[in-house]
Design a binder for this molecule. Sequence first.
Ligand code: ADP
Length: 493
Amino acid sequence: MSGNHLILFIGFAIISYLTLTLVLKVNRIKQLEAHKRNLKKSLEEMDEQAKLIVRTDIELNKAQEDLDKKISGLYSLQKISRQISTTLEEESIFNKVDPGHLEELGFEKSCAFLWDEEEKKFKIQLKIGYPEDYLRNITSRVDLDKNLYLNLIGTAKTFSSISDSADTRIKNKINAIFAVKSFVISPILPKEGSKGFLFIGTENQDVTITEGDEELITILGNQIGQGLENARLFEKSWRAQQELEKKIIERTRALSAALEEVKSASKRKTEFISSVSHELRTPLTSIKGYAAIMLEEKLGKLPPAVKERLKRVNHHSNELANMVNDLLDIARIESGKAEMKMTPQNLSSILATAIDLVTLQCRNKNITLAQNLQKDIPVIIADRSQIERVFINLLGNAVKFTPEGGKIIVRAKLKGEEVQIEIQDTGIGIPPEALKKIFDEFYRVDNAVNQEVKGTGLGLSLVKHIIEAHQGKISVASNVGTGTTFSFTLPAK
Ligand code: ADP
């Protein structure tokens, strides 16, 4: 190869190399530009993302603020509610809404009015955030537009600056009257009594009423309504209770006076019976004495007709003496003057004495008299002679009012710390209407037996007095035509 050829070859090689390098560089530049474009796009996208994040953050913050406001609103509402629900006086309910609570809710002005049906006007109940003279102005303007407020209450709906359906003219009017920029009016609707409305507002232009605010004020209005209702119900039941207590006191007084009257009348009656009986006893004793002497013919022989009449005098004097003695005993027990000689007594021994006295009568009428005393019946604590009288009276009556061939049974058993005694007969019985009077003095049932056999109507009264003087109780159960059972208790040892 010649030198020229070599130079040409080297030149060609260099040119080829440079061309290749240039092509590569151009490619690289193209690649870099594509990369740069991608990068720019990514940057733009990132910028968008960043903007979105900022926007979302702002929204989140706002939502958080709203939520905080709502929570603090609910918290203050809960405080007011608790105060209202524990108030039982109508006048104090509105005092429970204080300016602090309202500020927490985001308002500084509030009024509440209740409709007075008698005077046909609204009366102010709550005044927050207004000077007194301005309140007078509000009250007279509310009075002037009473129909507007009555209509608002009538809808039973909350009305506010953000209510869609509301007439702007009315909104502006309310803003002007209450000197605010936005407001909420919630009806107060207790089930009973006067209705009204709660106004809440703010003059701060930056504060916009939200649906949440509307909701809170509606709840507050309802709470006040409920509180008024509770207070009225409480007042009503309290009044009724006072009335009742007054009546009870009056009745108790009247009853005590009547009781005193009865006691003193009964005392006077006892004293009267006691003195009359005493007065009767002396002449009776001499009548009986003289009759006895004459009957013994110590003063000379008597013609049979006189003797016969004298016998009757003697018999009737004895009856009268018995009656006077019974009356005196009743009077003595009633006045507490008769002392019961309480000693341990054997019941069957007392019963034996009484039964002895009626055995003959039972035999004459073919009446069976049985005893059923519980085994080991304890000793009773009683005045023996008085309890004998009780048995004699009750058994005597049983025999008297039981027809021939009947049966009388005496039962006794221990019941707690008392002995319970029953005297049951198969006699004529006592009609229901007579049962409650049976222990009254001089009371006798109008029946065939009583028309024939004499009696005083004092026996059962005396029996009751004796039993009660022993701290016992006596009762009677009877069926006409079937028989009668007297039951009484006596203290056991
Ligand atoms: P009296 O026997 O003197 O009439 P009481 O006071 O003992 O007076 O009794 C009052 C009345 O009670 C009797 O008249 C009689 O009507 C009624 N009575 C009492 N015991 C019985 C009885 N076991 N069965 C029916 N009636 C009786």
